[in-house]
Design a protein around this ligand. Structure first.
Ligand SMILES: Nc1ncnc2c1ncn2[C@@H]1O[C@H](COP(=O)(O)OP(=O)(O)O)[C@@H](O)[C@H]1O
Ligand SMILES: Cc1ncc(COP(=O)(O)O)c(N)n1
Length: 268
């Protein structure tokens, strides 16, 4: 079994962050581990409080895992503030994991700034160059590049600009586009377009977390970047198609639909 680590924030309502990541890892048959960067009090309606974990405790969590266990892939989510980013970057430089999937989480679907605005530069300068693949949504790609994104052409332009900041691959996610859910994968030479129909649901809490964790799992399981992204897009699409009407706001997606279906737990 391969071992995959998420470095991210905890979501008390279980739809995003560490909780979504660990569920995604389990659904992919990899052994999930976590370094918690912040604890959030949130639900499907909003984020109500955040407490950052100290850089010392983050560094200790990273050390405890890497000094003992082989890590086949790392996924990075909510990194909150400059000190957290510096600590993670130092850990990655020291332990050099093979696959680093960076989801540059900035603002939650409910509008809360999970990344402090002053930490944006540190995320770009210190973490982007260490990423195997970075997976910004439209808003994050706009913030990283400073351009406005209204079309697939703009997404392409952003992918080029972000690639020049140091990651090996860029996946610009178009879940927030009006028409289709089109993501663009750029490897430095070619753009690959991954398109699905936009699913008409409000329940998309944690879609970015889930997609990036699926990519990390698939990379750990030996797939190439292109295969890993394609399989992960299929996984998130099924998870959104079968999303759960839990809570009064933006509900979570279903991580185990295919597994449960196969095993007969679900038989509709
Ligand atoms: N309504 C939807 N229907 C189908 N796919 C979606 C939908 N919303 C998001 N996705 C897909 O989910 C993944 C996460 O994208 P997105 O929601 O843009 O990221 P984030 O959660 O970071 O904002 C992408 O592959 C995107 O295309
Ligand atoms: C701890 C944590 N990490 C990430 C997200 C982003 O997820 P979303 O964009 O779906 O709100 C979140 N809400 N909470």
């Amino acid at each position: 079994m391969k071992n995959v680590l998420t470095i991210a924030g905890s979501d008390s309502s279980g739809g995003a962050g560490i909780q979504a990541d660990l569920k995604t890892f389990s659904a992919h048959g990899v052994f999930g581990m976590s370094v918690i960067t912040a604890v959030t009090a949130q639900n499907t309606q909003g984020v109500f409080a955040v407490e950052d974990i100290s850089p010392e405790l983050i560094a200790k969590q990273i050390e405890s895992i890497f000094e003992d266990i082989r890590v086949h892939a790392v996924k990075i989510g909510m990194v909150s503030k400059i000190e957290t980013i510096k600590t993670i970057a130092e850990g990655l430089k020291k332990y050099k994991p093979d696959n680093v999937v960076l989801d540059p989480v900035m603002v939650s679907k409910s509008g809360y700034h999970l990344l402090k605005p002053e930490a944006k530069e540190a995320l770009i300068n210190k973490l982007l160059p260490l990423a195997t693949i970075v997976t910004p949504n439209i808003h994050e790609a706009e913030v990283i590049t400073g351009i406005k994104i209204n079309s697939l052409k703009d997404m392409e332009k952003a992918a080029y600009l972000i690639k020049n900041m140091g990651p090996k691959y860029v996946l610009v996610k178009g879940g927030h586009l009006e028409e289709n859910a089109t993501d663009l994968l750029f490897d430095g030479n070619n753009i690959e377009t991954l398109t699905t129909k936009k699913i008409n649901t409000k329940n998309t809490h944690g879609t970015g977390c889930t997609l990036s964790s699926a990519i990390a799992s698939n990379l750990a399981n030996g797939y190439s970047i292109h295969e890993a992204v394609k399989l992960s897009k299929e996984y998130i699409t099924t998870a959104i198609e079968n999303s759960l009407d839990i809570g009064k706001g933006v509900g979570p997606t279903h991580h185990f639909y295919t597994l449960y279906k196969r095993s007969g737990v679900i038989n509709e």
